[in-house]
Design a binder for this molecule. Structure first.
Ligand code: ADP
Length: 571
């Protein structure tokens, strides 16, 4: 909860909620609509497969029995006994034209004068009747063999010229008791014709009219014969997966007539028709389609989240900077007014000459002096800061003794220490040669010492140490004050940054002192380091490179070097 006291945090949280919730809702519905779309696509694919499978099997069965109803039943007993070839021929001709799997029709009669007991064949090649076809004797023999079973339809097959061939005959008898076979009409189906000519054309013409949803793999049809051999597709491998399978008997008559077929024990070959989508299951197809959409959504969500994060961060930073600036303005006015008011007050008192004791007067002079110094420091910081901001701050470095410089700064602050009852202990090496811009270094050290006083409300012990170590001349200021939480160690060096006190009642300040210190140290190829813990006090150390050898005269530097110092500083 402490966290939410920060206005920028509240603002960031509000902004995040305001942007992130609608975006999240949007994405949620988008994801849902992808799933809904997938589900409906799956339903469409499933239905398409089912309906195609049903339609094709029914259509196939109708086509297979068409010659039976269109030809066999239309050639009546009156036309065969006696043979009326002129009437029969057009029926056969039409049958051959519409039933591509039938290769020949036959007619036989012994109740006629011409062609009596002769098998007459009618085929595509002759377009007329031919007697003496090689298979004639076989057909008559089988028809006679099966006639005693007294069924109107007989089925038999054989191999002619190495090709499997089916025959189906429609038998006629003299009497209703069916004692003597008097005539028959028959048809011949060559396996080859059926498989290579009829089926591919039939499936192609039917599947052509089946329209699947766009963007999905096309519907594939497979037909397997009774021996499980692939009949269709005629080329290329058959898909191994399917969605629907239908069985159908290879019958050239209505299947309800099965009990009236001779031979009675004849089993019809059962073929199977499968529909599917190549080798993919519907789930695979849907998943493959969904994957890029989901990935895209996730990517977009990620980009949006990143965008929200950056926007919120930038906005929160702006709010923070705005807050810091407004604090800064009030701090600067306060820091300017207080010393001025004191100076004015004591100067007026002195001017009136009412003071009796010189000791008192001296005290007043001292206060005026110290307040004036505070003012100078503040104004120096402000001026420096604006120069730094404009990139104009240059450091004029010359060899100096860090100990001596430290003593000078301590001397100048002596009366402030005394007045505020600070006990300052010193641990100073005699001679620590460094190359520095004296004024800037003094200002940096003064800022540290003034902070040490400002942030030590109770325990007024300050220790100052000057030493050399590892190529650096180091001056450190240790206090026993309020300390700084480690997570803020880096931030205290940012411009305008001030650690918030609970009630906002802590010492006033501009948040510029340490930012300037940091800049000065960079400008000297050195760095500033902080060790601090809340309640235990702080140590700020300035690391200046030791002077070794020749003077570099008025070397200048803007201090805007790499940020390697950060690492050391925050260590
Ligand atoms: P300010 O004008 O606020 O003192 P500085 O840049 O000098 O600005 O310091 C930044 C912040 O770092 C201060 O507001 C203070 O919270 C913290 N700080 C600096 N020095 C000390 C210290 N010696 N002890 C505790 N906190 C400190």
């Amino acid at each position: 909860m402490e966290f939410f006291k920060d206005r920028s945090v509240r603002f960031a949280a509000g902004l995040t909620v305001a942007i992130a919730i609608p975006v999240a809702v949007l994405f949620y519905f988008q994801f849902r609509s992808i799933s809904a779309l997938s589900q409906s696509s799956a339903v469409v694919l499933r239905q398409l497969s089912q309906e195609t499978a049903n339609g094709l099997t029914q259509g196939l069965q109708v086509s297979l029995r068409a010659p039976f109803s269109n030809v066999m039943l239309r050639v009546s007993q009156a036309q065969t006994e006696p043979l009326d070839l002129a009437l029969i021929a057009p029926t056969f001709e039409q049958g051959l034209a519409t039933e591509p799997f039938v290769s020949r029709f036959y007619i036989w009669s012994d109740q006629t004068v011409q062609h009596r007991d002769e098998v007459l064949a009618y085929d595509r090649e002759t377009h007329g009747f031919t007697a003496d076809v090689p298979e004639g004797a076989f057909i008559v023999r089988r028809a006679r063999e099966l006639a005693p079973q007294k069924h109107a339809i007989s089925l038999f097959d054989t191999t002619i010229d190495g090709k499997h061939t089916y025959f189906q005959a429609q038998l006629r008898w003299k009497t209703p008791a069916r004692e003597r076979l008097t005539s028959f009409v028959a048809l011949r189906v060559d396996d080859d014709r059926l498989r290579r000519a009829f089926l591919p054309a039939f499936i192609a013409s039917h599947v052509k009219s089946v329209e699947g949803p766009t963007g999905f793999p096309p519907l594939t049809v497979t037909i397997l014969d009774g021996a499980n051999r692939v009949v269709y597709p005629t080329q290329g491998p058959a898909p191994t997966r399917y969605v629907d399978e239908r069985q159908f008997p290879l019958a050239f008559f209505e299947t309800e007539l099965q009990p009236y077929i001779a031979p009675e024990d004849r089993k019809l070959e059962i073929w199977r028709l499968r529909t599917g989508y190549a080798d993919q299951s519907i789930a695979d197809i849907i998943a493959a389609r969904e994957r890029p959409q989901r990935a895209l959504m996730a990517l977009l969500a990620g980009v949006m989240a990143l965008g929200v994060f950056f926007v919120v961060r930038a906005a929160a930073r702006e709010v923070r900077v705005a807050d810091m600036k407004s604090n800064f303005v009030s701090s600067v006015s306060h820091d300017l007014k207080t010393p001025l008011a004191l100076i004015q007050l004591f100067a007026e008192t002195l001017e009136l000459g009412r003071l009796k004791s010189t000791e008192r007067a001296n005290e007043y002079y001292r206060i005026i002096n110290s307040e004036a110094r505070k003012l100078t420091r503040l104004i120096n910081n402000l001026l420096d800061f604006s120069r730094i901001e404009a990139g104009l701050r240059r450091y004029k470095r010359e060899p100096a003794n860090l100990t001596e410089l430290t003593r000078q700064v301590l001397d100048s602050l002596e009366s402030q220490f005394r007045h505020n009852k600070f006990n300052v202990s010193l641990h100073l090496d005699d001679y620590v040669p460094v190359v520095i811009d004296k004024e800037a270094a003094q200002q940096a050290l003064e800022n540290l010492l003034s902070n040490a006083m400002k942030y030590s409300p109770d325990n007024r012990e300050i220790s100052v140490r000057v030493a050399r170590d590892d190529g650096y001349g180091i001056v450190s200021v240790t206090d026993q004050g309020i300390g700084i939480p480690p997570r803020l160690h880096r931030r205290v060096f940012r411009k305008f940054f001030r650690v918030q006190t609970d009630a906002g009642t802590g010492p006033q300040g501009t948040g510029l002192g340490l930012a300037i210190v940091d800049h000065v140290m960079r400008g000297h190829n050195g760095f500033v380091r902080v060790d601090s813990e809340p309640g235990r006090g702080s140590t700020f150390s300035l690391y200046f490179p030791l002077y070794a050898g020749e003077t570099h005269g008025d070397e200048t530097d803007t201090g805007d070097r790499g940020r390697t110092a950060d690492v050391a500083r925050s260590a």
